[in-house]
Design a protein around this ligand. Structure first.
Ligand code: C2E
Ligand code: CA
Ligand code: CA
Length: 591
């Protein structure tokens, strides 16, 4: 019996299937018609039916009716007459735009008029059709509906990209970027409330790297999800949990000012009391906690870094938890001595610029170099900027340091140019420079004194420093561009902005952070993100520079997707000036 029923159903389906093939099914189309003439509306409907549409429609003639109809929806298409008594097509177009709908809007008119057509298209109409040329209507609608679908797909792709760019795909928790953004917001809104303070806590799981390499990827992912779930369950009052890298979770808590932060975040430790089940094993994990309390003036990124410092301390000292202490860190004997010496180093010529070439991927020529500061320390040897820039930034030394860098870069550029090396040069600015209203005038003045062309210099500002106070930063960047300098947003992707924020940034170049570039060949997510940035940048007429190109493979991929410029160890490491001059002399330069 059962068998027969199924067989019957099958054959019914078959019949329906072949019928559908023989007679093309009309496409349903819901049309909002704004037209006073019944006859014209009938003609329009006939044309649509002839074009293969199964039309349902509403016809309206007044502004009030159209407003209501737009709200009631849903519609696939709007066709509006250009002139109606007491209402008109341009006004209707405006209503449509205000509604935020993204469906084709087609304006129809009985009169010939080039100006009307231009006005309509400028106003955002998708097409303009004469009533005596109705044959154009169906092809135009087909095209516009296709376009609207493509727009929607692009939008949902961008939304998907934004999700990927801001979340860990395994646990679906926020990633480091989003976490920092959320911490920043919590700081701004003083989410902790009066008498409360914000604490970032990081569980440092013992031997986690070993575990990572002994279990399968799938088991590791499962473990990460289990840990995340358990932390959420155990930590009452936690504001946020993020996975900030492959091994690390970070949590944000509001804590009473006079309470012990360690007590408030204890839930994090209890998440590791019982073993985790990774079939067929029971995995006993041991964790310690690093904490950092927010103090005024410290940005989210600094707070997170401090929590990590504390997590390392807790692990090294085998303590269940450690609280970051600014005093311990800044006054650590090594740092204090270094800070004192840096002041003299700037004056006495111990600083040097190294230069890293930048390549145009279309022409494979070298277009410029980025100037990177180094410190030739008499005892410690060559120091990388990470060793001393933080110190300079937390004291007032960043101003004289940048002034030194600017002068050194300007004179090097001139000297090279006089010997026939004609290239662009990029200089890094610190967040403090772009918050300083006098800086733009200062650097413009120095450019005049050195007789250099500001148009050949790109001033790089990190995304996170722009976001620190983006209104001030935007003004300063605009002033720098006003003086003829180019501006680049550096380390793009690590700050707190979103792709769509790029639209408002007054910059010429976008330097995609090397986190997205180095493994572009292995990691499809990275590729998708760089592609999305490229798509956005191209639409806005900005150039994209990929940093951290370490392999020929990455270079090839970047060229393939149309990235403009590349920089990285695969092209060349940063070189001291003599070596840079020799290297450049052997290259094809220019665009
Ligand atoms: P940045 O602006 O992102 O500079 C690029 C950094 O990436 C350089 O590190 C460079 O050596 C490194 N790098 C270049 N290609 C590759 C690659 O293929 N793979 C990898 N893994 N790394 C690569 P460096 O010189 O240590 O500079 C670190 C940061 O210090 C710079 O990052 C910049 O933010 C800052 N900095 C350097 N010079 C100055 C300066 O004169 N003023 C200011 N305010 N900041 C500076
Ligand atoms: Ca840079
Ligand atoms: Ca960078």
């Amino acid at each position: 019996m059962r068998y027969r029923l199924e067989a019957a159903a099958d054959s019914a389906e078959l019949r329906l299937g072949s019928l559908a093939q023989a007679m093309p099914v009309a496409t349903p189309l819901r049309v909002l018609i704004v037209e006073d003439s019944v006859t014209d509306a009938e003609l329009l409907l006939m044309e649509l039916k002839r074009g293969g549409y199964d039309v349902s429609h509403g016809r309206y003639t007044t502004e009030a009716e159209v407003r209501k109809a737009l709200k009631a929806g849903p519609w696939d298409l709007i066709v509006s007459d250009y002139s109606l008594p007491g209402f008109d097509g341009m006004r209707c177009l405006q209503l449509y735009r205000e509604s935020g709908l993204d469906i084709p809007f087609i304006l129809m008119s009985g009169t010939v008029g080039e100006e009307i057509a231009v006005e309509a298209m400028k106003g955002g109409a998708h097409d303009y059709i004469m009533k005596d040329r109705l044959v154009r209507l169906v092809p135009a609608i087909k095209r516009e509906l296709r376009e609207a679908v493509a727009r929607r797909e692009r939008r949902s792709f961008m939304e998907h990209m934004e999700f990927i760019a801001y979340h860990d795909p395994v646990t679906r928790l926020p990633n480091q970027r989003l976490f920092l953004q959320e911490v920043e917001q919590a700081i701004r809104q003083s989410a902790s409330g009066p008498g409360r303070q914000l604490v970032i806590a990081i569980p440092e799981i013992a031997k986690f790297k070993e575990i990572r390499t002994t279990v399968t990827q799938a088991d590791y992912d499962t473990l990460m999800r289990q840990i995340a779930d358990r932390i959420w369950l155990r930590c009452e009052g936690m504001l946020n949990l993020a996975r900030i890298d492959d091994y690390t979770f970070a949590a944000l808590f509001p804590v009473d000012k006079d309470a012990d932060p360690a007590a408030a975040v204890r839930g994090l430790l209890t998440a590791f009391d019982e073993p985790y089940e990774i079939d067929p094993f029971l995995l006993h994990l041991d964790a310690s906690i690093g904490m950092a309390v927010h103090s005024p003036g410290i940005p989210a990124a600094g707070m997170l870094r401090n929590a990590m410092v504390a997590a390392n301390q807790a692990r090294d000292k085998h303590q269940p938890h450690a609280l970051y202490s600014m005093a311990e860190d800044l006054s650590s004997p090594g740092n204090l001595a270094l800070l004192g010496q840096l002041r003299d180093a700037i004056r006495s010529g111990e600083l040097a610029l190294h230069y890293q070439p930048i390549m145009d991927l279309r022409t494979e020529r070298i277009t410029g170099v980025e100037a990177l500061v180094r410190w030739n320390h008499p005892e410690l040897g060559l120091l990388q900027p990470e060793k001393f820039l933080g110190l300079a930034e937390s004291s007032n030394l960043i101003m004289p340091l940048t002034a030194w860098v600017v002068d050194a870069a300007f004179s090097q550029w001139r000297q090279w140019r006089e010997t026939g090396l004609d290239i662009d040069m990029a200089i890094n600015l610190s967040v403090r420079n772009i918050q300083d209203h006098a800086f733009a005038d200062y650097i413009a003045q120095r450019a005049r004194e050195h007789g250099i062309d500001p148009g050949r210099f790109v001033l790089e500002v990190t995304e996170s420093s722009i976001m620190t106070d983006h209104e001030v930063a935007n003004d300063e960047l605009m002033r720098l561009r006003g003086f003829g300098f180019k501006v680049a947003v550096d380390d793009f992707g690590t700050g707190h902005s979103s792709l769509s924020y790029l639209q408002r940034l007054p910059v010429d170049d976008i330097k995609v952070d090397r986190n997205f570039v180095t493994r572009i060949g292995e990691n499809p997510q990275d590729l998708a993100i760089v592609n999305a940035v490229l798509g956005f940048a191209k639409g806005l007429g900005k150039r994209v520079v990929a940093e951290g190109v370490e392999s020929g493979e990455a270079l090839g991929i970047l060229r393939g997707i149309g990235c403009h410029l590349a920089q990285g160890f695969h092209i060349s490491r940063p070189l001291e000036r003599e070596a840079a001059a020799r290297w450049l002399a052997k290259q094809k330069l220019g665009r």
